[in-house]
Design a protein around this ligand. Structure first.
Ligand SMILES: Nc1ncnc2c1ncn2[C@@H]1O[C@H](COP(=O)(O)OP(=O)(O)OP(=O)(O)O)[C@@H](O)[C@H]1O
Ligand SMILES: [Mg+2]
Length: 274
């Protein structure tokens, strides 16, 4: 089992789009996947064609609920030709009110999602996070084996990714297993322009060897999300095939077993190290 959180505190960079693209690639390949939508906006839930969920992740975050995620999983509304249709632990607008409530737990509530996911046997779990470093994102980072930072190639991207990696490192020092492993940085909405190349290079030189295969800016990618359909079922026209292929390659790089254990933010020091 591999669980991966998709994060960036900055909004609109493509976290949800990348989760949906990876879920599409996994479905196409026959990998059973669970998408956990901990963003109150619920974009991953609707992108998976679940419009009126009967259950939501909020109920398992409301109280300690070991193994509880299985009770809220449902099959998505993606078409049958998507391959192995993913499961979703759907978002709910009530998640927005849950976050301040979690903050009031005197014992700390950062491990509720981890408890809920305990024993879950789905081989691939993707957690779509909200654009903040609040307790919903923190819960995701305590629950998963690995994390991927998604960013746009633009001004402040290097700083934004750095801040995110610092937060991840703080979690690593608190988790007994030193997790989550940082899988890398996915550069999304990469344009074929001089500007795109420049910011790509900036990220590459700030985080050498840590940038994952990029996802280019393409109309087909936003169309798939707008139609609540997996990119792999949008046909064979130009743009669709290339986008689907990029998500295949990104999935490969995340599932690579040869990964040497990820990386930490430069200068990060684990507890116990000198
Ligand atoms: N590679 C891409 N090509 C074209 N459009 C894209 C691409 N990636 C994302 N988009 C578009 O950018 C917008 C923001 O994407 P998305 O909702 O995935 O970002 P997000 O980081 O999840 O946002 P939030 O922080 O609000 O959750 C959407 O309209 C989406 O369709
Ligand atoms: Mg999103």
């Amino acid at each position: 089992m591999t669980s991966i959180a998709v994060v960036n505190q900055k909004g609109g960079v493509g976290k949800t789009t990348v989760v949906l693209g990876l879920a599409s690639a996994a479905a196409h390949r026959g990998i059973e996947t669970l998408v956990v939508d901990v963003d109150p906006q619920g974009n991953a839930t609707s992108g998976l064609a679940v419009f009126e969920p009967t259950r939501s992740i909020d109920s398992v975050l409301a109280e300690e609920s070991p193994g509880g995620i299985e009770s809220v999983m449902e099959t998505t509304g993606w078409p049958h030709d998507s391959g192995r249709r993913p499961l979703v632990a759907a978002s709910s607008p009530t998640l927005a009110a849950r976050e301040p409530q979690l903050a009031n737990d005197p014992l700390g509530a950062q491990d509720r999602l981890s408890l809920a996911m305990h024993g879950c046997s789905v081989p691939l779990i993707l957690v779509d996070c909200p654009p903040s470093l609040g307790l919903l994102t923190i819960n995701a980072l305590f629950a998963v084996d690995a994390v991927m930072v998604v960013t746009e190639p633009g001004a402040w991207a290097v700083d934004g990714v750095g801040r995110m990696l610092q937060t991840i490192n703080r979690i690593q020092t608190r988790r007994l297993d030193g997790g989550p492993e940082v899988k890398g940085i996915a550069i999304n909405k990469l344009g074929r322009t001089r500007d795109g190349r420049y910011w790509h290079e900036q990220l590459d030189s700030a985080y050498p060897g840590q940038c994952l295969p990029p996802v280019h800016l393409r109309a087909a990618v936003s169309e798939a999300a707008a139609q609540s359909r997996p990119i792999h079922t949008l046909g064979s026209r130009s743009g669709v095939v290339e986008a689907a292929c990029e998500f295949d390659v990104l999935l490969d790089s995340l599932l690579e077993t040869t990964n040497t254990g990820g990386f930490s933010h430069p200068g990060a020091i684990r507890q116990g190290e000198t």
